[in-house]
Design a protein around this ligand. Structure first.
Ligand code: HEM
Length: 403
């Protein structure tokens, strides 16, 4: 480390945690000010990254690893808590090196570009039927009744289970995902939900072992029989796929619909030009990314822009801050359906950890929006969006509409 410049060159901020960054507009103002001053800062928890170029390069670099394995510990779980403590550590999101590459290639066969097309008609079917069955007196909560539940209904189709399981799966996933708050007060609910999900998954694997289909579980059982997956890897990763697929996609869908419906001319423009739906999703993801921070841990002593970062340092990459960086993308915080941008999003992470479900989630958003635009063209907001907008993520509570 002697020949490296010291990290004191970065400004120091006094945040003790995400909460101290503020919420909503205050958070955005803080991030804008920090980004203007420097690409990064030192804080009590480690290093904070604000600009696009450095954020993108750190997410892709092998000098920094995903800290998913730390989530259990930081949520107060211990090895004595059994499966739930260990399952995060042995899933695709956390195993490292060749084991990670091997596992990812198995899942990519199911979630790759050629394989996911067959789910398009299912998304349309779910969105249509959710709107029709939820609407009362011509109104519904588009977030709660449609966007947030779509991924759990789709997951039921992926694993060939009836729609009736969707509420259980969505609730269980939400409970386990409180692990990302890294708050020991969530420990008990995480353990209970983890036990429920483990039993559900093991029963499903046992049943499907005797009765195969062309679903995700049957596909993975086949991989276990080929020796590519152990039984534990099978159980843990099915649970992880549920957790990973439900919350992020549902919220990003709701956020995109809010961008469209909050400006009626914009919604009209999309209905007249459905070819712009992909652009509408892009704009929503950049300005309001569901995941607003991605963490990394430095695996070795390393250097970024001449600043030394010691092994073991905790890095908080602000996706919200970086995606609004105007370097090379003027007015990056402005929603513009005519924008031409080659700058990839960071919300799906990067490098070897790049989100496995990116294409599936984009497919869900595209088909979901297309179905709403074609079949429910009179959709209009009747109340302001209810959301929690923090340095860790954006969570939608409600998006009330008339149809
Ligand atoms: C808008 C929707 C989604 C967002 C914003 C999102 C975001 C992310 C992020 C930030 C990561 C961590 C990347 C990193 O550390 O560099 C990740 C990883 C992952 N996501 Fe997603 N995700 C979404 C949808 C999905 C879906 C639908 C699935 C289900 C198939 C999924 C499965 C995964 C998996 C398995 C990983 C771990 C990948 C690895 O470590 O190799 N995600 N996602």
């Amino acid at each position: 480390m002697n020949d490296l410049l010291v990290s004191a060159e970065l400004p120091v901020v006094t945040w003790a945690g995400d909460g101290d960054l503020g919420e909503g507009e205050a958070l955005l103002a803080t991030l804008d000010a920090c980004r203007l001053e420097s690409w990064g800062a030192r804080s009590i928890r480690g290093f904070e990254i604000f600009r696009y170029a450095e954020a993108s390069s750190i997410l892709r670099s092998r000098d920094f690893a995903s800290p998913f394995g730390k989530l259990s510990e930081n949520s107060g779980l211990t090895p004595e808590d059994g499966w739930i403590y260990h399952h995060m550590g042995s899933t695709l999101a956390n195993v490292q090196g060749p084991a990670h590459v091997k596992l990812k290639s198995i899942f990519l066969e199911f979630f790759g570009p050629r394989a996911i097309g067959r789910w398009r008609s299912h998304v349309r079917d779910i969105v249509r039927s959710r709107v029709k069955t939820s609407a009362k007196d011509g109104t519904l909560d588009l977030a709660r009744d449609v966007c947030l539940v779509l991924p759990a209904y789709l997951f039921c189709r992926l694993i060939a289970r009836p729609d009736e399981d969707a509420a259980f799966l969505a609730h269980t996933s939400d409970e386990i995902l409180t692990i990302f708050d890294q708050d020991p007060k969530n420990r008990d609910r995480i353990i209970k939900a983890g036990n429920r999900l483990k039993t559900y998954t093991e029963n499903l694997i046992a049943e499907r072992t005797l009765n195969r289909g062309d679903d995700l579980i049957s596909y993975l059982i086949g991989k276990r029989e080929e020796g590519a997956l152990s039984h534990d890897e099978l159980v843990n990763n099915v649970a992880m796929l549920l957790e990973a697929s439900v919350d992020n996609t549902g919220n990003q869908f709701a956020l995109t619909m809010h961008h469209l419906l909050s400006v009626p001319e914009r919604w009209q423009h999309i209905k007249d030009n459905p070819g712009l739906i992909k652009k509408a999703i892009d704009e929503s993801i950049r300005i309001t990314p569901k995941v607003t921070t991605i963490n990394r841990i430095a695996t070795i002593d390393t250097v970024v822009n001449g600043v030394s970062i010691p092994a073991g340092s905790w890095i908080s990459v602000s996706i919200l801050g970086a995606q609004r960086d105007t370097t090379g993308l003027p007015e990056a915080a402005h929603y513009d359906l005519d924008r031409v941008s080659e700058r990839p999003h960071l919300v799906f992470g990067g490098g070897v950890y790049m989100c496995l479900g990116m294409l599936l989630s984009l497919l869900e958003l595209e088909e979901g929006i297309a179905t709403l635009a074609e079949e429910f063209p009179d959709l209009a907001l009747i109340a302001p969006l209810e959301q929690t907008f923090t340095a860790r993520n954006i969570t939608v509570q409600s998006l009330k509409v008339k149809i």
